[in-house]
Design a protein around this ligand. Structure first.
Ligand code: NAP
Length: 307
């Protein structure tokens, strides 16, 4: 069993910031990356609202900078996924990955959130065959094609706008007649000639034999069923926190977000959390970075007080 002072679980903006701060506090953190190095931001095309980058920066570039900075001060990155933890018996905590088992005096959980699925027939079977949750990853394959985007939030607008670089038309299907997205993205989407909107409508089935061919939709006002031909379906209907491996170990709210106190500590002393796994409200790179920093500072203090 490998013994560690601090393990950071997750390598998104919260995790890499927690790594930077604990590394600078000479705590020699081990960062366990999770399935996606950099988390959700690594599949985001353009980050325009993270301070310090007036021209914007791509998600992968920002992750690379954050990783480089944390490693410069001694953080160690392990590309692996945590499969099991034992937090219940207190510090030292056991953390198992596919390849190893670790013991850590303190843990900072930064495992983020994942995209919700629609849960309709055809969705699961056609993932990678026209159904996608990442325009940045898959948009290129839809050059001169017609695509639909499902959702009315900032993510849906951002990705719809990105898709206009490739696709010949982008139809946004939204369940209400008003977008949830903020003014900037909303106005940009309204102004884009390639984007049109299908209001008050939900997708009930994704239709296709081996690849996406159409979506079957229902107007929630009239119950009218329609079939809309399309080559791709990009789904952006929000996220859920990745807390299943902590079930029964850490307290969560009714939507499964980890509960933390004002010092970023979870229900188990010595286990801290930061970023979207405990934040259903702000969910920005800037706030995740701030929470990662706070969690690291509190971890340092907690370890110091114990000694
Ligand atoms: P979100 O704000 O929760 O929006 C989810 C959208 O999906 C909503 O429009 C919602 O409809 C719709 N929806 C939810 N469940 C659905 C279902 N089962 N069927 C059909 N539609 C469904 O999620 P998000 O867009 O991923 O954004 C998450 C957070 O990240 C937000 O705080 C957002 O501001 C932030 N964000 C910011 C930026 C930026 O500033 N550049 C970019 C991306 C994300 P209703 O509107 O009817 O609820």
């Amino acid at each position: 069993m490998e013994k560690e002072k601090v393990i950071v679980i997750g390598s998104g903006p919260a995790g890499l910031t927690a790594a930077l701060y604990t590394a600078r506090a000479m705590l020699n953190p081990l960062v366990i990356s999770g399935s996606e190095l950099g988390g959700q931001i690594s599949i985001t095309n353009e980050v325009e609202n993270y301070p310090g980058f007036p021209e914007g920066i791509t998600g992968p570039e920002l992750v690379q900078f954050m990783q480089k900075q944390a490693e410069k001060f001694g953080a160690r990155l392990l590309i692996d996924e945590v499969t099991e933890v034992n937090f219940k018996d207190g510090s030292p905590f056991s953390v198992k990955t596919h390849g190893d088992t670790f013991e850590a005096e303190a843990v900072i959980v930064c495992v983020g959130a994942s995209p919700h699925r629609l849960g309709v027939p055809g969705e699961e079977e056609l993932i990678g065959r026209g159904v996608s949750f990442c325009a940045t990853c898959d948009g290129f394959f839809f050059r001169d094609k017609n695509v639909v985007v499902v959702g009315g939030g900032d993510s849906a607008m951002e990705e719809a706008l990105f898709l206009t670089r490739f696709a010949s038309s982008v139809k946004v299907i939204h369940r209400r007649d008003e977008l949830r997205a903020g003014e900037t993205l909303k106005n940009r989407a309204f102004a884009n000639e390639k984007i049109s909107f299908v209001w008050d409508t939900v997708v009930e089935e994704i239709v296709g034999d081996g690849k996406v061919e159409a979506v079957r939709t229902r107007n929630v006002q009239t119950d009218e069923i329609s079939e809309l031909s399309t080559d791709g379906v990009f789904i952006y209907i929000g996220h859920y926190p990745n807390t299943s491996i902590f079930e029964g170990q850490l307290e969560t709210d009714d939507r499964n977000y980890l509960i933390t106190d004002d010092r970023m500590m979870t229900s188990v002393p010595g286990v801290f959390a930061a970023g979207e796994v405990q934040d259903p409200i702000f969910r920005q790179v800037a706030t995740s970075v701030g929470q990662g920093c706070a969690a690291a500072m509190m971890t340092e203090r907690w370890l110091e007080e114990r000694e």
